[in-house]
Structure formats: structure tokens, C-alpha cells
Design a protein around this ligand. Structure first.
Ligand code: PRT
Ligand code: ZN
Length: 226
């Protein structure tokens, strides 16, 4: 069991694409902080809210385990976590408290440029390189396609050239990376953006009130941006 905590803990990406905008968003809610010596923690000064700086992939697990209360993470990571739990026969534990409108990208199937696209059935029996096997697996089931996910944690786009896979299922924003690898996107399986991830259940020890306050300020900050 997790120790009682009176302060809210929010997990955000330490570096990467979502780290800086997440800090800016929290700052726009009036949160000020000082950095821990090891640079893993930002101690909130103006509100009882601390920030934990982590790899994005760890954010859903940290919330699920009760180590953190909220997180700012891509929907792609959150959905993959939920489907993974489902595959283990466990109930969904997290959901999207808010969508933030930035960090947008698509999880697309991409095939070699030279090939025609006739539809999902074309993927039957093929090897598909991806970092999102659960999300891909759901889409394949929904489309009645039997294909073989090849799980890679980086450099998904070069897998076809290396002969590791036939096609890919990867995140796309400008499409430049796919083009550079002679691949073209043919269908989108998930539309993603940064979201506030939180537990479905109410928080304990007075942290729900702090979370409500933070989310109210977030809503205000998001509205100002519109
Ligand atoms: O170190 P850590 O594990 O925290 O970071 P990371 O390297 O796993 O993640 P990072 O920082 O690359 O991405 C964090 C989140 O940003 C993702 O989970 C998405 O929600 C979101 N996001 C938005 C993207 C992209 N756009 C994106 N284009 N994440 C990755 N990409 C990659 C994509 O995988 C591909 O390699 O960028 C390349 C394609 O970009 P284009 O512009 O060439 O199409
Ligand atoms: Zn990551």
C-alpha cells in the first residue's frame, strides 16, 4: 500500500516532446516550484502540487500504482496501457481527465511507397513493426485481419528496409520520417494528443480537492488559449 500523501503528485515527461509544454501549462496554472538536486522532482511552492519528471512510457504505471496522482501524457501511451491491462484481464483503471490540444499526432499504418493500398485485408499474414502492439492488435481484430506485430521500441520506420517487417504502424506528425524511409501512411488507427491522465477512482487524503483546484485552473488556462 502507498503511504498517505497530502500533496498532489503529477508525472510529466522529463524531456522529449511533451516535457516543456507540460511545464508551461502547469506554470500557467500559477504553479511555481524549485528543482530537486537530482532534477527528478519539482517541489511546488505556490500549491501543494509536486511534479515528477519521468519517461513518458512510465506515466500510466506510476498513476496505476498510486505513486503519482495525475500525468500529462500522449493518448497513444494511455490507450496502450489500458489495452495491456485489459489483455491481462484487469479492469480499466485510468482515463482521460482532459484533452490538451497539443502534442497531436496519428498512429498510422504505413506501407512501402511503391505498393498500392487496397484496404486492411492486404495486411493479412504480414509482419507489422510497431511500439504499440496492443493498439495495433485491437485494430487488427476489429478489421478481422490476422497479421504479426513485431514489437520495436525505436526506429520502427527502418524495419522494412532491414527486413524485420513488411510494413509499420507508427506515430506520424509531419510525415517526413515516413517519406525519408520510402513509406506512406495509408490508414489511421488512433488520433492522439497530450491529455491529463488520472485514476477513475476518487483520490484519497484530501488530494481530490487539490486535483479539482488544479483542473479548474487548467480549464481556465486552456480556455484563455482558445
Ligand atoms: O524519453 P521518453 O520515453 O520520455 O520519450 P519518447 O522518445 O518515447 O517520446 P517523444 O518525446 O518522442 O514523444 C512523446 C509523445 O509525443 C508521444 O507519445 C506522442 O504522444 C507525441 N508525439 C507527437 C510524437 C510525435 N508527435 C512524433 N512525431 N511522438 C513521436 N513522434 C515521432 C514518431 O515516432 C516518428 O519517429 O516522430 C517521428 C515522426 O515524425 P514526423 O514529423 O516525421 O512525421
Ligand atoms: Zn517513451
Amino acid at each position: 500500500p502507498v503511504q498517505p500523501r497530502e500533496r498532489l503528485r503529477v508525472a510529466i515527461q522529463k524531456s522529449g516532446r511533451l516535457g516543456e509544454p507540460a511545464r508551461e501549462l502547469l506554470a500557467s496554472c500559477g504553479l511555481t516550484w524549485r528543482e530537486s538536486r537530482d532534477k527528478l522532482f519539482l517541489y511546488g511552492e505556490s500549491l501543494p502540487v509536486d511534479i515528477l519528471l519521468v519517461r513518458d512510457d512510465d506515466i500510466p504505471g506510476l498513476i496505476a500504482d498510486g505513486v503519482c496522482d495525475l500525468g500529462i501524457v500522449g493518448r497513444n501511451v494511455l490507450v496502450e496501457h489500458g489495452l495491456e491491462r485489459e489483455a491481462q484481464g484487469r479492469p480499466a483503471d485510468l482515463n482521460e481527465w482532459r484533452q490538451l490540444g497539443w502534442g497531436t499526432c496519428r498512429l498510422d499504418i504505413a506501407i512501402p511507397e511503391s505498393e498500392e493500398w487496397t484496404g486492411p485485408q492486404q495486411l493479412e499474414g504480414l509482419r507489422i513493426a510497431t511500439s504499440y502492439p496492443q493498439t495495433l492488435g485491437r485494430w487488427l481484430r476489429d478489421n478481422g485481419v490476422d497479421a504479426e506485430p513485431v514489437v520495436l521500441n525505436g526506429s520502427v520506420e527502418i524495419a522494412p528496409r532491414l527486413g524485420q517487417a513488411d510494413v509499420v504502424c507508427d506515430l506520424v506528425s509531419t510525415g517526413g520520417t515516413l517519406r525519408a524511409n520510402q513509406l506512406r501512411p495509408v490508414t489511421t488507427i488512433l488520433h492522439s494528443e497530450a491529455v491529463i491522465a488520472g485514476p477513475r477512482a476518487t483520490l484519497d487524503d484530501g488530494r481530490q480537492e487539490i486535483a479539482d483546484l488544479l483542473v479548474r485552473r487548467l480549464d481556465g488556462a486552456l480556455q484563455l488559449k482558445e
